[in-house]
Design a protein around this ligand. Structure first.
Ligand code: ZN
Length: 213
């Protein structure tokens, strides 16, 4: 617990909570680039999802994994895409310290089918980029060598990591907003506040009953 940390104090996002368990919250994000845009926020004050192990209990890890899978599944159902050929029309990403604007771990889950990989390779040609077997491999990588990273999944669900790139704040959000043709929503601090409020309220209204099931 860090008293100055926005994500350590639920009063800062109480209205936007969609679901919670002992380990984490699912919260409609400020800066709704797309409807359904949800954050998974661990209750423990840790810098990134990669830093979850080995200081946390199996129950905490499981709580976060279960919530993430449930949100991912529900988003896929509630926000279907026109293109049925896309296997997994939901992406996840994290600014693993680099690009973060709130220094407390939060995983982004967005029901859109954009592919971030090509642009990341183009932007960081000299940086190590790896495809992971499993999202949880992020903890092994970070534990072995705690370097900042960008984490994302491809539209067909493959987890990817880029180790220690020099990326600007909100880099992955900017990329998603550009790819969706909504660059004006990239920065959560400057996005149209009225529109944003309408969108996150709708996200909460749609997802809260689904996640309570
Ligand atoms: Zn915190």
């Amino acid at each position: 617990m860090d008293n100055d940390c926005v994500f350590c104090n639920r009063i800062n996002f109480e209205e936007r909570i969609i679901a919670e368990n002992d380990a984490c919250y699912a919260v409609a994000t400020l800066g709704q680039i797309a409807g359904g845009y949800t954050l998974i926020i661990p209750k423990a004050h840790i810098p990134c999802i990669g830093a979850l192990a080995p200081h946390h209990s199996f129950q905490q890890m499981e709580g976060i994994r279960k919530m993430t899978e449930k949100v991912y599944r529900v988003l896929g159902k509630e926000y279907p895409h026109g293109n049925r050929r896309v296997l997994s029309p939901v992406i996840m990403f994290e600014h693993g310290i680099v690009g973060q604007t709130i220094p407390h771990a939060h995983l982004h889950i967005v029901p859109v089918a954009v592919d971030l990989t090509k642009k990341i390779y183009a932007d960081f040609p000299r940086t190590e980029i790896r495809m992971l077997e499993d999202t949880m491999d992020l903890q092994k990588i970070y534990c072995d060598d705690p370097k900042p990273y960008l984490f994302w999944t491809t539209p067909d669900g493959h987890p990817m990591v880029c180790i220690d790139p020099i990326a600007p704040p909100q880099y992955l959000r900017i990329l998603v907003a550009k790819l969706l043709g909504r660059p004006e929503r990239a920065d959560w601090r400057t996005m149209d506040q009225e529109l944003d409020k309408q969108l996150w309220k709708k996200t909460v209204a749609i997802l809260k009953p689904r996640l309570a099931e």
